[in-house]
Design a binder for this molecule. Sequence first.
Ligand code: ADP
Ligand SMILES: O=P(O)(O)O[C@H]1O[C@H](CO)[C@@H](O[C@H]2O[C@H](CO)[C@@H](O)[C@H](O)[C@H]2O)[C@H](O)[C@H]1O
Length: 464
Amino acid sequence: MTEQNNRLYQDSELEVRLVEWLPHQRWFAAKGHAITGVRVVLRQPLAEEPGFGADHLLVTVIFESTPEQIYQVPLGYRSHLPDELAPATIAAPDETAGHSVFVYDGLRDQEIIGLYAQSLARGGTRGPIDLHTVPGTQIEPGMRGRALSAEQSNTSVVLGEQLLLKMFRRVTLGINPDVELHLALAEVGCRSVAPIRAWIEADVDGVRTTLAMVQDFAANSADGWSMALGSVRDLLIEGDLRADEVGTDFAGEAHRMGAAVAEVHADLAAGLGVSERPAADLAAGMVGRLEAAVAEVDELAAFVPDVRALFEEVAAIGPVAVQRIHGDLHLGQVLRTPERWLLIDFEGEPAKSLAERRLPDTTLRDVAGMLRSFDYAAHHSVREREPDGVATQREFRAGEWAQRNSAAFCDGYAATSGSDPRDIGVLLRAYEVDKAVYEVVYEARNRPTWLRLPLNAIRRLIQP
Ligand SMILES: Nc1ncnc2c1ncn2[C@@H]1O[C@H](COP(=O)(O)OP(=O)(O)O)[C@@H](O)[C@H]1O
Ligand SMILES: O=P(O)(O)O[C@H]1O[C@H](CO)[C@@H](O[C@H]2O[C@H](CO)[C@@H](O)[C@H](O)[C@H]2O)[C@H](O)[C@H]1O
């Protein structure tokens, strides 16, 4: 392939192919919205060799009925596509249009991942793209990469089994909180996150915007969701033992996890400060999200009066301490290394705007996120075995498991922070309901068969 072959794919031709390809990607956030067009906003060549090429590509996606979104799609071009890259194909060769190469998702290709690793080791700029390294970090050249198999909101690749490069797929104009908060936590020496080592940014539509982040790869770690599911699975085999009688009891881990979350909160407060906000502001946000959610998911309507009453109680609390927090904490966002729990993915809830995600909030939002996750782990496992809505012994045991681990998590949090999250019970419960309302929308959009989980939780939470 000559240099010309790459460039023979005009932006307009790529745009047409991406209209077809994007909606099928796990990380595409606007599923179900009709695309009216795709526009290339940044295309930076990374490699041009005979038979092989790569471009860094950002595109704006335009929709019929929702605001446009920007996505990052590193592209590969090959005249011969190895079998393992076939699922990543975006366009096959089309001789009639003058194209003799395949176009494919470059982040599935080890050689292209290697190009990014090489650029990170060199630092500096590639056209409009800036590669920054945290002072004191040396990224060694020549690291090989492999994509993580888990399907996520973004695409993460392991470099040399030492570093994790996370390429944000949906790009929000501005500095991504994942980079912002990891840098702040590095300044204060936080032990409960994987240290940030580098990040990539560019001016997009005139705004300095984060494209990717590099942090230490926690080898030999397990995520909290898988560990919790393992514990619940063992509990439900019989259904006649209590959670504390099962060998894989999770309460010790939940306690240590609570301590790690408290440590991160203290470090975020030390690095970025604490202020005050009237609880009425927080309650107004909750009511606004409830109204938007009810307009989208009918099943919520029956709960509105009780949920509103709870949020009104919050409005009466007075001023509360707020600070930067994780913002989307759940069991999938914590990793157990052989030494400790680490918190990952500080991007905040994907559905919120960047401005909303950066607003200081009370630390109870993160605590509530994790309590919701214990509830998910417990009841998801029962649902896989038994019909929804049937009161069974397993359902009862799962409820006990969630309560036991929620209590252990709060105990661990209180022991480290000196402040028990259950002290302002109304506020904690309101955050749990607010999160469950968010989850109802998330599940309706992404996993409709899971919708009963947050709906059942709202029922339980408003009738304690
Ligand atoms: N520092 C890390 N070390 C090891 N594995 C990690 C690390 N960060 C993330 N992971 C793994 O990658 C997955 C996706 O990471 P995450 O930051 O949650 O990405 P996304 O934004 O795509 O959801 C996690 O579930 C975890 O298994
Ligand atoms: O990890 P993401 O930032 O993509 O978070 C989104 O997806 C999560 C699901 O993968 C979703 O979490 C919900 O489901 C989890 C189980 O799969 C459960 O542990 C969480 O408690 C529950 O909220 C998350 O809400 C969403 O933002």
